[in-house]
Design a protein around this ligand. Structure first.
Ligand SMILES: Cc1cn([C@H]2C[C@H](O)[C@@H](COP(=O)(O)OP(=O)(O)O[C@H]3O[C@H](C)C(=O)[C@H](O)[C@H]3O)O2)c(=O)[nH]c1=O
Length: 186
């Protein structure tokens, strides 16, 4: 499995091999042994799967606080997303900075987003299905959100102004500056 650190080195682009033949393909999309051999030893406790029908659907920017902090290993089995992680670890040299990648059925790439980061994505094809493993259980009380178009983050979302499709919750999330520090850099 190819593992590439992005501009924020804790965020990793992981691309598993895909073996095609006349029937279709086979891919080991996650392997504790193969990733562990390269120093990636995260323990996952839950798998998530979301479908977004329309391109321009934005889910995020979300995180969960301790004790339910979630690292996320995100991949796309249908369609494509612009996937983004924003460093919000208090005291981090890359606080407020982002790392992003296109994840798609075509490129078969996965993004590892550690705890301490906001996560969000924007779909860029119809009927996009996102699958992701997380290292912490869902905990609604621990969920926090920051508004997707926070001007201080200035994320280059691939959606035309006014065309983003959001949940009611995401429409009214606060700016990061209006949130207390949720994670410490260590
Ligand atoms: C996240 C989650 C949600 N739910 C239920 C709660 C709601 O009834 C329904 C939809 O939840 P929500 O609107 O929060 O789903 P997303 O907007 O896709 O949220 C996710 O989007 C961003 C991209 C993330 O990284 C997080 O995994 C997560 O926050 O699923 C569950 O039952 N378990 C869960 O783990």
């Amino acid at each position: 499995m190819k593992i590439e650190p992005l501009n924020i080195p804790e965020v990793l682009l992981i691309t598993p091999p895909k073996f095609g033949d006349s029937r279709g393909f086979f891919s080991e999309t996650w392997s504790a042994a193969k990733l562990g051999a390269q120093g990636f030893n995260e323990h996952f406790v839950q798998d998530n799967h979301s479908l977004s029908a329309q391109p321009g659907t934005i889910r995020g920017l979300h995180c969960q606080l301790a004790p339910s902090i979630q690292g996320k290993l995100v991949r796309v089995i249908k369609g494509a997303i612009w996937d983004v992680a924003v460093d919000i670890r208090h005291g981090s040299p890359t606080y407020g900075k982002y790392a992003a990648a296109i994840l798609s059925e075509a490129n078969w790439a996965q993004l590892w987003i550690p705890g301490g980061f906001l996560h969000g994505f924007c779909t860029i094809e119809p009927n996009t299905e996102v699958i992701y493993k997380v290292t912490g259980d869902y905990d609604r009380a621990a969920e926090r959100a920051v508004i997707w178009n926070d001007p201080t983050l200035a994320l280059p979302w691939p959606v035309e102004p006014g065309k983003a499709l959001l949940s009611d919750k995401d429409m009214v999330a606060p700016r990061l500056a209006d949130c207390e520090p949720w994670f410490n850099y260590k």
